[in-house]
Design a protein around this ligand. Structure first.
Ligand code: SIN
Length: 303
């Protein structure tokens, strides 16, 4: 069996497959399906300083090859997370990425101050939520730079900055995160999208615009991972519509160290385990001993 271990900074992942933020909350219900220690990691639901009820109205709808959603960061707040969820998560034998989101810099700082008092090893700094009001910090280089620098100065924890696809040049945003001290970047968060109810003549979501995730966004996410891999030297966590081992391998060949799996879980809760098995089987079939050998190996055509 090939080596599947990968590293982000000094954190070792037993395999590169992580469940992405927002899909399984803090993992409790998901444990009914399988032992979480089989995962490379688990990214928790985006957690804010205070409890949030999320967006009003309808929040999720299936569309061809994916889903539209507008949850709006519903979560119980960082104090509840630290007191009631983190200890359980840290006992599961997998890497926990604490995904955090703030309305402004001061909120991010207060959350990180609280996390600094815990053993949470990794922060996934969500500066790209598509479903809250106002443009997220991660939609500009200046915003990305400012918040990453502030948080980097506050914490020694492994810092992953989660990037938005709703930008002109994601490579430039990734460079801003790298030069400001991010240990890694994860991408992509979901893509702004819309649905209209033709009978009411209203947008389906109260926010008017929602976010698109699932299989359909895989080629877009892959392109962005490849662009970012060509722009920065820090590790990348590839996210967006990954459903099969073959797609996970494409992400890794594009330059990703880890792959986060999200919407696929709604159709098949075992998808992350199947993806791990499929990666393994492919490496074995090709006689490749170590997954790290295929990272970034894609050879672009000369143009
Ligand atoms: C949402 O809660 O609607 C999306 C959260 C995210 O950015 O992950």
């Amino acid at each position: 069996m090939a080596n599947l271990k990968v590293n982000i900074k000094d954190v070792e992942f037993k395999n590169p497959v992580i469940v992405t933020s927002g899909v399984i909350g803090y993992g409790r219900e998901y444990e009914e399906f399988f032992d979480l220690s089989k995962l490379g990691g688990l990214a928790t639901k985006g957690t804010t300083l205070h409890k949030r009820n999320g967006n009003p109205g309808k929040r999720i709808v299936e569309v061809p090859s994916g889903l539209l959603f507008s949850v709006g960061l519903q979560n119980p707040g960082i104090d509840y997370y630290i007191a009631s969820e983190l200890p359980n998560l840290l006992s599961k034998g997998t890497n926990i990425l604490s995904n955090i989101a703030g309305n402004d810099e001061a909120e991010y700082c207060k959350i990180v101050e609280k996390l600094n008092e815990t053993d949470a090893p990794i922060i996934e700094l969500n500066i790209s939520c598509p479903n809250t009001s106002g443009a997220p910090l991660g939609t500009s280089c200046e915003g990305t730079e400012r918040i990453t620098k502030i948080i980097r100065e506050m914490t020694d924890k492994t810092l992953i900055v989660k990037l938005s696809p709703n930008v002109a040049d994601i490579g430039e945003i990734a460079k801003a995160a790298e030069s400001s001290g991010a240990d890694a970047v994860s991408l992509i968060n979901s893509i702004h999208a819309m649905k209209i109810d033709i009978n009411t003549r209203r947008p389906f979501f109260h926010n008017n615009v929602g976010a698109y995730s699932g299989e359909a966004i895989f080629p877009i996410a892959l392109r962005m991972v490849w662009e970012v891999a060509n722009a920065v030297n820090i590790p990348i966590l590839g996210i967006g519509g990954v459903t099969t081992g073959e797609e996970a391998i494409q992400m890794i060949m594009a330059g990703a160290t880890c792959v986060e799996v999200g919407a696929a879980i709604f159709r098949n809760p075992y998808a992350p385990l199947q993806i791990i098995d499929e990666i393994n089987a492919w490496l074995d079939a090709k006689g490749i001993q170590d997954i790290n050998e295929i990272r970034g190996v894609v050879q672009p055509w000369e143009r």
